[in-house]
Structures are given as structure tokens and as C-alpha cells.
Design a protein around this ligand. Structure first.
Ligand SMILES: [Zn+2]
Ligand SMILES: [Zn+2]
Length: 284
């Protein structure tokens, strides 16, 4: 009976692995590029700009398409070219000057290996979810510390708060220290779990999408926080409040840490308006 169960489990694992094998085989045809030190940086920039572009188009269309405004958290705000271009420029500059050399060092120490087998589908899903929970925890601690210690805020985190009403391309508008910290946590978790390269790729895509959505300024019926039940996920509505209120919603994605530490607020919280001006004065 034990053997029978084990063999059934093995079959399930095999069929779950077969699900991703064709995709993995296709990706491995570009193995030489995927193993080069250029790949992580180019992949990260293309994914980031690709996720930001639809929101930039929506922002451009917004003045002419009034129905879009009903999904905007700040209906009267549209970022100008003067706000968009420095954000894009800074992302490209920081990836080229800081992230690429770090990637090069990491690549020289441990070159990427691409195994022939795809990961099991369920293992990929569970690893991506664990990586997201770990990343959320690390950023919550980092973020809280950089708000509670005034010189840390002024030296490293204030740049990210320059845009009180956020927009997609403001996602990575941050100091080099903040960008490298996020990159470090991002890489640390997949290394700790010894994730398969396809899982790492999936986690990066999901992570970049969720961070862009957080800053997009659009709250659609299909936004992630409306799809995850029981208010477990804060997303765009919560992070937008963080940008305008400063002293709440420090976790980037989930709500449990803010709930436990009493820093969770939603747009319906009555104390929000009174806190707004005092916090803004304190932080600036
Ligand atoms: Zn902050
Ligand atoms: Zn932010």
C-alpha cells in the first residue's frame, strides 16, 4: 500500500513536471544568452518597462477617456513627461552603472546552470509563493526601519517618496541603496530555497508585476488585492496610502505584518485625513 502511494505520488510529480517541460525546453534553446551576465539585467529592464508601458498609455489617454478616471485612485492626477522621463532615465542608469556590475560579480563567482529537467508545477507555485512571503517580510522590516530612523529615511528612502501620487514608472524611482537592497532580498530568497531557474524567472516576473501594480495608481476590478480573499493582500490601494500618509502600510504586498504591528490602514480608516499633514511635515 505504501509502495502504491509512493508510486502514485511519483506519477503525479512526473506529470506535473511534464507540464512545464515544453516551455523549459523552448527557453533552453537560448541557453548561451540566458547564462550570460547580460541576461538578468536586460530581462529585468524589459519586463519592468513592458509592465509600465500599458499604464503610461492609460495615463496619456485618461484626459480624453473619462471612464478611465473611475479606476484612478487620484482621478485628477496624470504624470507629466517631466515626471516620467527622469524616472525612466534613473532606472536605466542605475541598472547599467550599479546592478550590472553586481550581476557580473555574482556571475563570475557562480555561473548560471540550466538543468535539462523542468521543475514540477506545484513546486514552482509553492516556491514562488514562499519567495513572495519572504520578500514581503524582508521589505517590511527594511521599510519600517527606514521610516523610523530619520537619517535613514532622509539618506536612502526619501527619494522614493518624491512622488506623493505614484505612477507606474515611479516604482523604481529610488536611491541606489534601496534598489540594491531590493535586488539583494530578491536574489537571497531564491538562493535559500535553491529554486529552479524557471522558478526564479517566474518569481522575478511576478515580483516586478506586483511592484508596478502597487505604484500604478489604478484600482481595477481585477487588481490583485481584489482577487486575493480575506483582505490578505494590500496591493495598490494600500501602497498608495503609504505614499500619501507615510506612517502606515509598510509591507509591499501582504497585510499580515502591518496588521500585527498595528500599522495597517485602508482608505476607509477615519484617522487618515488628520494624520496626513502632520506626518508629511515630520518626514520632510
Ligand atoms: Zn516608504
Ligand atoms: Zn512605493
Amino acid at each position: 500500500m505504501g509502495y502504491h502511494n509512493r508510486s502514485e505520488l511519483q506519477d503525479l510529480g512526473c506529470s506535473s513536471q511534464l507540464l512545464l517541460q515544453p516551455l523549459w525546453d523552448t527557453l533552453r534553446t537560448g541557453e548561451a544568452f540566458a547564462r550570460s551576465p547580460f541576461f538578468p539585467v536586460i530581462f529585468s529592464i524589459i519586463t519592468y518597462v513592458g509592465f509600465c508601458l500599458p499604464f503610461v498609455v492609460l495615463d496619456v489617454l485618461c484626459p480624453w477617456v473619462p471612464m478611465l478616471r473611475r479606476y484612478k485612485i487620484h482621478p485628477d492626477f496624470s504624470p507629466s513627461a517631466k515626471q516620467l522621463l527622469p524616472c525612466l532615465g534613473q532606472t536605466l542608469y542605475q541598472h547599467l552603472v550599479f546592478v550590472f556590475p553586481v550581476t557580473l560579480l555574482h556571475w563570475a563567482r557562480s555561473p548560471a546552470l540550466l538543468p535539462p529537467e523542468a521543475p514540477e508545477f506545484l513546486q514552482l507555485l509553492s516556491h514562488v509563493l514562499i519567495c513572495l512571503l519572504l520578500f514581503d517580510t524582508e521589505i517590511f522590516a527594511w521599510h519600517l526601519l527606514h521610516h523610523k530612523v530619520p537619517w535613514l529615511y532622509r539618506a536612502f528612502h526619501k527619494v522614493h517618496h518624491q512622488n506623493a501620487s505614484s505612477f507606474a514608472l515611479a516604482t523604481q524611482y529610488m536611491s541606489v541603496w534601496e534598489l540594491l537592497s531590493l535586488t539583494f532580498f530578491d536574489v537571497l530568497n531564491v538562493a535559500l530555497l535553491q529554486c529552479h531557474p524557471l522558478t526564479i524567472l517566474t518569481f522575478h516576473v511576478v515580483n516586478i508585476w506586483l511592484s508596478v501594480e502597487d505604484h500604478s495608481g489604478y484600482d481595477f476590478p481585477w487588481s490583485t488585492h481584489r482577487l486575493v480573499p480575506f483582505g490578505w493582500y494590500g496591493g495598490v490601494a494600500h501602497h498608495d496610502l503609504h505614499h500619501s500618509q507615510f506612517n502606515c502600510n509598510f509591507a509591499p504586498y501582504f497585510t499580515h505584518w502591518d496588521k500585527m504591528l498595528g500599522t495597517l490602514r485602508s482608505s476607509g480608516s477615519p484617522e487618515l485625513c488628520t494624520l496626513h499633514l502632520t506626518q508629511e511635515k515630520k518626514q520632510t
